[in-house]
Every structure is written in structure tokens, then in C-alpha cells.
Design a protein around this ligand. Structure first.
Ligand code: ATP
Ligand code: SF4
Ligand code: MG
Length: 364
């Protein structure tokens, strides 16, 4: 399913055509009011529901964190335009380096964007490497296909060798089968596979969740290196806000299909503005903390019938008068981030205090 957009254009609009903005001033990725809903058993699942964010520059990493079912993978699926048949709604705007991706047909997207400009390491990808193909063959496959950028076998072999080195593997691993590799090696191969067409943006969906802690640290170090050189931009999806803060410059906190908080990683960690972010941080075990981690209260909502008003209100210790009925706007913060919480509306808080129903509880 494609966007309900002028999909019949013969050629993609150029970046300059799309925005007229000088290249150096353009953000790499702008996502505006993106929706991806599915149909499931006659109901609508609002997996991505009005998500907006900007990835400003090359080499920047955005972490998307949130509980299971909050819509993280669905966001990645939407950016890759790899949509299942069950899609009920798919709209919004996605600009990549000024190029309006929503103006592209599915065919243009496949030829010009997917894997070439936006690539992805899927959740659990290292377990789905083809067991009967040598890893070098799997990495090289897109380089040998007819079309723009096709290489001869020798050039493809050289490219695979240098990529393997770039991800910290010896070149001769190209001649091995997946079952001959450790989990960490397989994950490096998967990352090399995603990088083979030199994408601008790499989406990584829980890339370390199946690895033990020491291998996880090695993969995180590799991602930090790749961010520096060659300066790959990343969308790093994880349920672990601690892991995201280790790699990412910016953090988006996903809850029930929305991004309830967005901003510089340091500020989100040290001065979270949304009660859900505060509870997420409080649920983390810390090495030298005096306080024990506290589990997140309640259960994630059913996305076929998300709560009215603020979607977090049934679990929020700070819930007050407007929360159960009024959907909070994304309040812009001084650092350019945002938080979707009525506590940032001074008038609502004052009105509530005046009526004797001040925001309650402690999510701090
Ligand atoms: N193809 C699909 N058809 C119908 N519903 C789907 C489909 N894919 C995902 N969903 C639903 O969309 C919601 C968001 O799912 P998604 O996989 O994006 O969450 P997630 O944040 O990635 O979760 P996790 O952390 O468990 O990977 C869930 O309710 C899920 O059941
Ligand atoms: S205070 Fe209200 S708006 Fe803010 S997170 Fe809690 S329930 Fe939502
Ligand atoms: Mg997922």
C-alpha cells in the first residue's frame, strides 16, 4: 500500500525541488504526523498514531524507546515502506534530505530509497540469515543485481571484504556459513548487509536484545564507531532507555503509538518532562543507586481501543482534571524537543489547583 499521494510521478522530485532549502541547512530526516494503522480481527490497531520528529544531521542517532507493543517496529516498517496487507491507514509526511518520500510510488521507493538510502537491521535478523549461503554471498547479493550501482564480481568481493573489516570481522569470514559464526559475528554480518549500499540512514530494531551482555557492549561500540566514521545516521529501536542513552544524541519515548517525549538524550535522562519517561527511568536497575528499581505500574494499553484523553492516564500517578478526557498536545520544550503532557500547560494546572484538584502523585 502506498501513500495516498501523487504516486504516479515519473521521477522523484529532487531534494532542491522538494524544499528549496540549502543542503547544509536541511535535516536528514523529517517525519510529520505519521500514521500506520492495521486491521486485525475487524478492529483497527493504531500502531503509529501521529508521530513527528526530526533527525537533524548526519551521524546523529535517535533512540526510540518504549514498552513492547508501543509501535516501535511499526515506525521502522513505515519508514522502510514494508507494509503488511493488513494496513488500514498509512499517511503523513517523510522527508529524507529534503526529498519527499511520500511523493514516490512503491516502485520508485523500492528502486531509489529502500536499502539504498534507508536500510534496516530487523528485530531478530541474525537468526534469519540464509543457512545454505555463505555470508559473503549474502552481503554481496544487492551489489550484483542489474540496475544502478551494479558491480562486477571482483569489485563486489572487494567491497564485501572492506565492509567485513569495517564491522570488525576478518575478510575470510565471507567464505563461511552462518552456522559457523557466533551470535556476535552474525549480528556484525547483518549490520554489514544493511550497510552494503551506503545508506544515509540505518534503522536498528533491537539489534542487541538476543546477545549476552559482553557481546552487546561490543556491538554498541561498533555502532558508536559507525556513527563517527563514516558518519551513519541511525534510528535505534530498543525497550532499554539506558542502552539508547549510551549511543543516541536524541531520544523519542514511544507510548501506545505516540511519541510522548522527544529531546536531547542528556535532558531526557536527567530532566524527563513526561511522567511515563520518569517511570521508565525509575524502573531501571542502577549500579550505585540507593533506591531499588520500581516496576512500571499497570499494563500497556490495547491499541485497538487506546484510553481516552491522555493515553497514559490510567497508569499515571500525576493524572489530573483534563487527563482522562482531553488529548494532550505535544508541548514544545526550550531545547526544541516536546512532551505530550498536560502538566506543561500552566493554565490547565492553575485551573486544576484553583478547583482544589491539583495534579497528584509522584512520577519523579
Ligand atoms: N501486521 C500487523 N497486523 C496487525 N497488527 C499488528 C501488525 N504488526 C504489529 N501489530 C500490532 O501493532 C502494535 C505495535 O506493534 P509493534 O510491533 O510496532 O510494537 P513494538 O513496540 O515494536 O513491540 P516490541 O517491543 O514487542 O517489538 C501491537 O499492538 C501489535 O500487535
Ligand atoms: S499528567 Fe496527565 S497528561 Fe501528563 S502523562 Fe499524566 S495523565 Fe498524561
Ligand atoms: Mg518491535
Amino acid at each position: 500500500m502506498s501513500f495516498p499521494a501523487p504516486a504516479a510521478r515519473a521521477t522523484a522530485p529532487s531534494a532542491a525541488e522538494a524544499t528549496g532549502m540549502p543542503a547544509e541547512a536541511r535535516p536528514l530526516l523529517e517525519v510529520r504526523d505519521l500514521h500506520l494503522h492495521y486491521r486485525s480481527a475487524g478492529r483497527t490497531v493504531r500502531a503509529v498514531d501521529g508521530v513527528s520528529f526530526t533527525l537533524d544531521r548526519r551521524g546523529e542517532a535517535i533512540g526510540v524507546v518504549g514498552e513492547s507493543g508501543s509501535g516501535k517496529t511499526s515506525l521502522a516498517t513505515a519508514l522502510m515502506r514494508l507494509l503488511p496487507k493488513s494496513v488500514a491507514r498509512f499517511d503523513g509526511q517523510i522527508l529524507l534530505d529534503g526529498l519527499d518520500l511520500t511523493a514516490l510510488s512503491d516502485e520508485q521507493y523500492r528502486r531509489q530509497v529502500r536499502w539504498r538510502r534507508i536500510a534496516m537491521v530487523f528485530q531478530g535478523a541474525m537468526n534469519v540469515l540464509n543457512p545454505v549461503l555463505k555470508v559473503g554471498t549474502q552481503i554481496a547479493e544487492p551489489l550484483l543485481l542489474d540496475g544502478e550501482g551494479k558491480l562486477d564480481k571482483a569489485a563486489a568481493r572487494a567491497k564485501v571484504g572492506s565492509l567485513l573489516e569495517r564491522v570488525g570481522l576478518p575478510r575470510d569470514i565471507a567464505g563461511r556459513y552462518p552456522h559457523e559464526l557466533s551470535g556476535g559475528q552474525k549480528q556484525r554480518v547483518v549490520i554489514a548487509t544493511a550497510l552494503v549500499q551506503d545508506p544515509d540512514l540505518l534503522i536498528l530494531d533491537e539489534p542487541t536484545s538476543a546477545l549476552d551482555v559482553s557481546i552487546q557492549a561490543q556491538i554498541m561500540n561498533l555502532l558508536k564507531d559507525l556513527k563517527e566514521d563514516p558518519g551513519i545516521s541511525m534510528l535505534f529501536i530498543t525497550h532499554d532507555i539506558g542502552l539508547a542513552s549510551d549511543l543516541c544524541d536524541t531520544i523519542a519515548v514511544a507510548y501506545a503509538g505516540e511519541h510522548v517525549e522527544f529531546g536531547p538524550a542528556e535532558r531526557v535522562l536527567l530532566e524527563p518532562q513526561h511522567p511515563y519517561t520518569r517511570l521508565l527511568l525509575r524502573s531501571l536497575p542502577r549500579l550505585h543507586a540507593t533506591e531499588r528499581p520500581r516496576p512500571m505500574p499497570g499494563e500497556p494499553p490495547d491499541l485497538t481501543a487506546p484510553p481516552s484523553g491522555c493515553r497514559f492516564h490510567p497508569r499515571c500517578p500525576s493524572c489530573f482534571a483534563p487527563c482522562p478526557t482531553e488529548h494532550p498536545s505535544a508541548f514544545v520544550l526550550p531545547d526544541g524537543g516536546h512532551s505530550r503532557c498536560w502538566l506543561l500547560d500552566a493554565d490547565k494546572v492553575a485551573a486544576s489547583r484553583a478547583s482544589g484538584a491539583a495534579p497528584g502523585g509522584d512520577a519523579g
